[in-house]
Design a protein around this ligand. Structure first.
Ligand SMILES: [Mg+2]
Length: 248
């Protein structure tokens, strides 16, 4: 599937949220360093980068265990924090200490939530082309609603979370529910997400049109469909003369 020409087949667009619309990685990084800083006063800048990278990489797969229902959302976060604290030699915190760590993290994280710079223009282009859009996310709906609103993305009114249909991406059911709520057939619904496997390949396997947003360009895995590094590439596509439903 080519990117060019896609605008003629697309009747609606669904987005992943975290690191597609919302720069969660930056928000988490800033929050992590702030909250863990007092416990790791010896770390230099480069080590902080490694610390944040390790938290993000989640080598133990705690986030996947949360998705599988084996951990709560807070448990997966605290277990990831425990792991990186141990690796970087922080003085050990007991359960109560990590409880306070988590409270502080939760309090500060939303202050750093922000949409990427390329989001508003694309949504404007979709509005102009009268293409409906929404979000399908592997987090719970209420939490993601607060996040979208906090980022000024209230206009994304259709939101499907893991608790909406009881399954997570890449299960086809969650993609299909997004398309159903937009009122389009999955085969005419474009999914845009940053995770190659869960988003790009998952949506394609579920019968949607699919574009992989590889923002960093660092991951070199292959996706059979179109790959973009910025949402601006879609803005150009949907702002072109071919965009929009018939007669629009
Ligand atoms: Mg994502």
């Amino acid at each position: 599937m080519e990117l060019n020409g896609l605008e003629r087949r697309v009747k609606a667009v669904l987005f992943d949220i975290d690191d597609t619309l919302v720069d969660l990685r930056s928000a988490m990084s800033t929050t992590l360093q702030h909250v863990s800083g007092p416990h790791l006063p010896h770390l230099q800048d480069q080590e902080w980068e490694e610390f944040k990278h390790l938290f993000w990489a989640d080598p133990q797969g705690y986030y996947d265990m949360y998705l599988a229902g084996e951990l709560t959302f807070v448990e997966q976060r605290v277990l990831r924090a425990r792991h990186v604290h141990a690796v970087f030699g922080a003085a050990e915190l007991d359960d109560e200490g990590f409880g306070r760590w988590n409270d502080e993290y939760q309090r500060l994280l939303p202050r750093h939530w922000a949409a990427f710079d390329d989001v508003a223009e694309l949504l404007d282009a979709l509005d102009a082309a009268r293409l409906p859009y929404g979000a399908v996310s592997n987090n719970v709906e209420d939490y993601q609603r607060v996040k979208l609103d906090g980022c000024g993305l209230q206009r994304i009114s259709v939101l499907v979370g893991t608790d909406t249909v009881g399954v997570a991406k890449p299960d086809p059911g969650i993609f299909h529910e997004g398309a159903r709520r937009l009122g389009t057939d999955p085969s005419h619904t474009l999914y845009v997400g940053d995770n190659r496997l869960v988003d790009a390949e998952g949506a394609a396997a579920a019968g949607l049109l699919s574009v992989w947003l590889n923002r960093s360009g660092v991951e070199t895995g292959r996706f059979a469909g179109p790959e973009i590094t910025s949402l601006s590439e879609l803005t150009v596509l949907f702002s072109g003369s071919g965009a929009g439903p018939e007669g629009a």
